[in-house]
Ligand binder design. Structure first.
Ligand code: SAH
Length: 371
């Protein structure tokens, strides 16, 4: 067995059979072709995996015995191993999964009135280095496969008695830097004779990888959320180094051009950090920046983490900031903090894996970023 401290790089294949989990219909069809199987078998297999939740090919009783045996020789259906499930006092639950190569990722189940949202990870770690985020502190290890993304959905559902109604790609990692696997996973969870998620119930959150935002718009109608966090180039770049590569203006331009299906809005996530980006002038600037974009703002009062040292504004300051946006005609909500008692709130994922002994201690980021 590989140790959890396996260095960067793709998962070593302990099993070289092809994983059919997370594979698109077209992918399964292409896989079956050299086996000389009819095309419709692909859809049959998909149904078994996602509708009937088969865990083995042996269960797929409308396939011949020989075919099932052959599938078992050349293909597999991967699963994640749940290593930790931590319920929060507020009803949300952090799920820690162990991947085949021993690495760990986290998902969060968030029950709300009338819906159950699952926040999924798309990478092990993250390369974006946002100053306020715990996931960033461990750096980037590897991309998740489509199977590892889809398995978070399937297995979180198995653990819950309510139906998972919404998926947010807002866990560990930058989804647009794992574009192909994320697009495959998003396609797979939408299959009508499978998990049957509507694109309206799926939201992808990005730091603003501009060329990929364009591609996303062309490929999929899922909801887009953009992490903004600063209202000037300098302020944003101080918090989000990636903004040096894709500037605030370029990100906003990509949003203006984003092909929005009717009645949809782009969500702008905005962390409120006390004394840094939380005064009313900031709010006025934010409202100006968003002019001409069908936008709604989701304010996220900063969630403290052991590895970052920013401060959360008072509830009063959050309300004032929200009111300043509302007064300027910007639809604005405040994200309620969920799961922070189990480090499952926004920006807190990944601390568990990093807290393992034998890992070098990580520097604490100063409250006011330099420069
Ligand atoms: N990489 C993507 C997906 C992660 S989404 C993105 O950045 O959009 C996670 C959201 O939580 C982002 O908006 C992120 O900026 C925010 N976040 C990160 N650390 C946080 C913290 N400590 N408190 C509150 N929100 C945080």
């Amino acid at each position: 067995m590989t140790s959890p401290d396996t260095p960067a790089g793709p998962a070593p294949a302990s099993d070289d059979r092809v994983d059919l989990k997370g594979m698109t219909l077209a992918g399964i069809e292409a896989f079956l072709r050299p086996l000389g199987k009819e095309r419709f078998r692909a859809r049959q297999i998909l149904k078994w995996i996602y509708q009937r939740r088969a865990r083995t090919f042996a269960e797929m009783t409308d396939l011949s015995k020989d075919f099932r045996a052959e599938l078992d020789r050349v293909a597999r259906l991967s699963r994640l191993e749940l290593v930790h499930r931590q319920g929060s006092d507020d009803g949300s639950a952090k799920l820690v999964w162990r991947l085949d190569d021993g690495l760990r990722i986290e998902s969060v189940l968030i029950p709300e009135e009338g819906r159950l949202t699952l926040c999924v990870s798309t990478q092990v770690g993250c390369a974006m280095a946002c100053r306020f985020c715990v996931t960033a502190k461990g750096g980037f290890t590897r991309n998740l496969t489509a199977a590892e993304i889809v398995n978070q959905v399937i297995q979180a559902q198995e653990l819950s008695d309510r139906r998972v109604s919404n998926i947010v790609l807002m866990g560990m990692g930058e989804p647009l830097l794992n574009f192909d696997a994320v697009m495959d996973a998003v396609e797979v969870v939408q299959y009508e004779d499978g998990l049957n998620f509507s694109h309206r119930k799926i939201t992808l959150s990005t730091v603003g990888i501009v060329p990929r935002m364009k591609e996303l718009g062309e490929r999929s109608p899922i909801n887009l959320a953009v992490s903004l966090h600063g209202t000037t180039q300098a302020a944003r770049e101080a918090l989000m180094p990636i903004s040096g590569r894709f500037s605030l203006e370029e990100v906003l331009e990509a949003c203006r051009r984003f092909p929005l299906p009717q009645r949809k809005l782009i969500t702008f996530e905005y962390i409120l950090l006390r004394g840094i980006n939380d005064d009313v002038e900031d709010a006025a600037r934010l409202a100006r920046l968003l002019r001409g974009i069908p936008a709604k703002v989701n304010l996220i009062p900063y969630n403290p983490t052991p590895l970052t040292e920013y401060r959360r504004p008072t509830d009063g300051a959050v309300r004032e900031y929200q009111q300043a946006l509302l007064d300027r005609g910007v639809q604005t909500s405040v994200r309620t903090t969920r799961g922070d008692d189990v480090a499952a709130a926004c920006g807190q994922l990944g601390g568990y894996a990093q807290a393992r002994p034998g890992r070098p201690t990580l520097p604490v980021v100063p409250a006011v970023p330099e420069g």
